[in-house]
Design a protein around this ligand. Structure first.
Ligand SMILES: C[S@@+](CC[C@H](N)C(=O)[O-])C[C@H]1O[C@@H](n2cnc3c(N)ncnc32)[C@H](O)[C@@H]1O
Length: 256
């Protein structure tokens, strides 16, 4: 199991349960893709089902794959209508030319070999099918990330992981994998958060937790204290709102 899979396995029980950030983005992604009922949709790196569950609710026939066993177990238990599989998306154990749509929400920038994943997606999509991949940003979410990065930089020298996942330029990667009609669409969520502690708990329920874990116990406690002080300042000056943007990269597999 890679560090990434182990991280999401540990996070699975609380993932997207504090603030429904990923579920909201999943719904926005489907608003862009607009899959028809009956379409065969493959969601890779499905997590708790932000996209997969919403697609099933829209009448799609959904296959969801993730490499974190706890994510897979929780999604399968909550949504028996979805075909949920434990799988590394670099090596999809799925037949060629099967799906009408493939989605990946906040996944492609986390994988070891994005080109390999895109080649696999192209293989399992039927000719003319759609692929839609969400990546974070652009934007800084009302300065919250900038504030966290500034605090983190005081600890970075002692951290065992980089501050954020590396940026991946998805459109050229899609073209290199043989996809056509590549385009991007911005999507956004607006989620008020009741108090600083809830906002902290939200951050610790997703990939950001890896950054804090990388600090070690005493620096992590100090980082948390300073982050909570910053969140308290934000709460007092107008409230905390998760105002995030993401980019959906869309493309088609060639018609033949
Ligand atoms: C940030 S979460 C996104 C989950 C979901 N798509 C969402 O929008 O909430 C990334 C997910 O990708 C999964 N993942 C990362 N690398 C993977 C790989 N190589 N194969 C399968 N799943 C992977 C993780 O286990 C995790 O559940």
């Amino acid at each position: 199991m890679t560090d990434t899979w182990a991280l999401f396995d540990r996070l699975a029980d609380g993932y997207d349960q504090v603030v429904p950030f990923f579920a909201e983005f999943g719904a926005r992604l489907l608003d862009v893709v607009q899959p028809h009922p009956g379409m065969r949709l493959l969601d890779v790196g499905s997590g708790r089902g932000a996209i997969a569950a919403a697609a099933a609710a829209r009448g799609c026939s959904v296959t969801a794959v993730d490499a974190a066993p706890r994510m897979v177990a929780l999604l399968a238990a909550a949504h028996p209508e979805i075909d949920v599989r434990l799988m590394d998306i670099h090596r999809l154990d799925l037949p060629d030319a099967t799906f009408d749509v493939a989605t990946a929400g906040f996944v492609i920038h986390l994988v070891a070999d994005p080109a390999r994943v895109l080649t696999e997606l192209r293989r399992v999509l039927r000719p003319g099918a759609t692929v839609a991949l969400t990546t974070p940003g652009p934007g800084d979410d009302r300065g919250r990330w900038q504030a966290f990065d500034a605090i983190w930089s005081d600890f970075a020298a002692r951290a065992t992981a980089r501050s954020r996942p590396a940026h991946l330029d998805v459109p050229p990667a899609l073209r290199a994998a043989g996809f056509v009609d590549v385009r991007t669409v911005g999507i956004a969520v607006h989620l008020p958060v009741s108090d600083p502690q809830t906002c902290w708990d939200f951050h610790m329920s997703h990939g950001f937790a890896a950054r804090v874990e990388a600090l070690g116990p005493s620096d992590a406690a100090a980082f948390k204290q300073r982050a909570l002080a910053e969140l308290t300042r934000m709460h007092r000056s107008g409230g905390i709102i998760v105002d995030s943007r993401a980019t959906v990269c869309l493309a088609k597999s060639p018609a033949s």
